[in-house]
Ligand binder design. Sequence first.
Ligand code: IPM
Ligand code: MG
Length: 412
Amino acid sequence: MSEAKNVFRPANLQTSSLASCQVCHHTVPNRQQLILGSKAEFIMATHKLFLLPGDGIGPEVMGEVRRVIQWFQDKNIASFKLDEGLVGGAAYDAHGESISDADMAKAMAADAIIFGAVGGSKWDTVPYDKRPEAGLLRLRKDLALYANLRPAIVYPALADASSLKRELVDGLDILILRELTGGVYFGEPKEITELGNGQKRAVDTQVYESYEIDRISRVAFELARTRNNAVCSMEKRNVMKSGVLWNEIVTQTHKDGFEDVKLSHMLADAGAMQLVRTPKQFDVILTDNLFGDILSDVAAMLTGSLGMLPSASLGAIGEKTGLRKALYEPVHGSAPDIAGQGMANPIAMIASFAMCLRYSLGMGEWAGKIETAIALTLDQGLRTSDIMQDGMKKIGTTQMGDAILAELDALA
Ligand code: IPM
Ligand code: MG
């Protein structure tokens, strides 16, 4: 089976039936099932998860995911083997690198990586190649996690928390698909040189090769087919050669078996404007690494808070292992200003774990239940401070975890 045909299903898992996600109503793969003779039995595989909490609020929100994982184990729904490593500033403080080779090896060997957040002003002065973000970029690059899925869904209870009017965002369900291993993030040269006259010159290089644009386009079209069947590709072909090529390859790949999907193109600046003008016009937004970084922060705010947005970073399926490398992380950063106070919103982190269940572990049905539990918790009027509204009850990180677990219990 080609890589493109297999975007949503871990290759080693047999998807025996399909279910609908209870929040977004997308079709998602069900639990792995093995037919033994006439008897249907579930395999209780042990999933190897590598946890990288990182810096700032990372460890706090990761703590809530640990409890969700424990819940699945206690209920005998799934079995996990957990290992934990250091990344970002925490890794730098421990061994002078933003991620050690030993932890990279563990990340390579895991079924999935669950990542918290990195960064903080404490490490502002460390050498550039050792800064906290370098650890995350190394994971993305070395594991070839080229497809970054950033769904922006407005939970009904939060439509008033958005900075846009309720009618513009109510029911919003869009997916930003960001290319994650190319473009200006990794292009060479990337340097600052002394010009000898007291001046310096800084260069970053935006590079895309056709195969990189082709493979991310295939993911976009495949994903669109499970949603509302529309892809809007965003680039800057009016000023950038990489934008010209991006546009050309997306159009060409579309003709190669994806013509049933509606494709449109927008200049990225106009796209940003449209995203805050009429966000519901979009289904899947396909874009490069840098524009995707910016547009996904914009999309995050439409949902009320950065603390709500999960993400999945997926690689190709390994030919030998049949497994897709994958990393799951909240879109929000390490928020050092509120770290250690027990007030961070764990929803994006827990929702990222739900994406792990869906995209890596063949447990889409349980992913849907976690998403429903989050929606029901918000319906109760419970809010962390980032999404606090008049008349609601303000709670902390652990209490939010408690409430989501209680709803999950009721759904199980
Ligand atoms: C993101 C972050 C990262 C990025 C940083 C932490 C390097 O902003 O995942 O959106 O720029 O990709
Ligand atoms: Mg970002």
